[in-house]
Design a protein around this ligand. Sequence first.
Ligand SMILES: NC(=O)c1ccc[n+]([C@@H]2O[C@H](COP(=O)([O-])OP(=O)(O)OC[C@H]3O[C@@H](n4cnc5c(N)ncnc54)[C@H](O)[C@@H]3O)[C@@H](O)[C@H]2O)c1
Length: 295
Amino acid sequence: MKNIAVIGSGTMGNGIAHTFAQFGYQVNLIDINIDALGRAIATITKNLERQVAKGAITEELKAQTLSNITTHTNLQSGVEDVDLIVEAATENIELKLKIFKDLDQFAKPEAILASNTSSISITQIAAVTNRGDKVIGMHFMNPVPVMKLVEVIRGYATSNETTQSVMELSQKLDKMPVEVNDYPGFVANRILMPMINEAIYTLYEGVAGVQEIDTVMKLGMAHPMGPLQLADFIGLDVCLAILNVLYQGFGNPKYAPCPLLVNMVTAGKKGIKSGEGFYDYSNGPKDAKVASKFA
Ligand SMILES: NC(=O)c1ccc[n+]([C@@H]2O[C@H](COP(=O)([O-])OP(=O)(O)OC[C@H]3O[C@@H](n4cnc5c(N)ncnc54)[C@H](O)[C@@H]3O)[C@@H](O)[C@H]2O)c1
């Protein structure tokens, strides 16, 4: 595999494109929103500069990485010559089913179609294509250039060959792939999201404030970041979408999203990406201040 397409250039798409390009792959980065593509290239450039400043990569590798990425707004021309597509568009099932139907039509018959979905069924995504054996989950973690894990999700129809290719490819990106089966939330979010939801309930019920909840989990459980701040980093809209998939997928009320989370997303408070979630990021993530009225 040499040529890769990444669909969606938001939080995850820009990190996935950065990582493949840094390891020498030619990347077509595709988004329907041209401004999002511009922001993605600016973010990748800034993150590469940070890697150079830390001595992690050279100035030459930075330039090479940037030259390995081309941006596209047209799906068909962006995917027709690639060996692997990693879809990282918005977490919405109808949107993903439409994208995979189109990919099945436009991509080479031998191309592998991967999704970075946090929770949507790989089996269901594969079912809208005529190549279910070549559809797989490739779930990177945020921030992609830094985080080691790739959760590799086998749909019901995914072949051993596809799984093996994606496991090996992940290792070539200096990541640690872990193979899991396709059930709602897979492993990562099935465990993480109920914890985040419980932290939001703890705030909602007045047990403690934002800072207190995050401090208990940071200092008491040695988590590098508290669950409320982590939710802001992931995106509160993404957290809500995942909890709804768990809730509907298992039909179990223990996964019902906290009403406070629903209200915050409805009010446009999506975390870092909108400038405010449980914290206010107007002075940047390092100087985040508690914003929640529940604090
Ligand atoms: N945010 C996280 O921490 C995280 C972690 C792991 C996985 N994920 C998953 O990654 C995916 C992307 O999440 P994100 O946080 O990067 O979202 P985001 O909102 O930051 O970015 C989504 C991008 O997709 C683009 N898009 C929407 N429809 C499109 C289409 N039809 N074609 C091309 N581009 C399209 C949007 O313009 C936007 O730029 C989701 O499936 C999410 O569940 C997110």
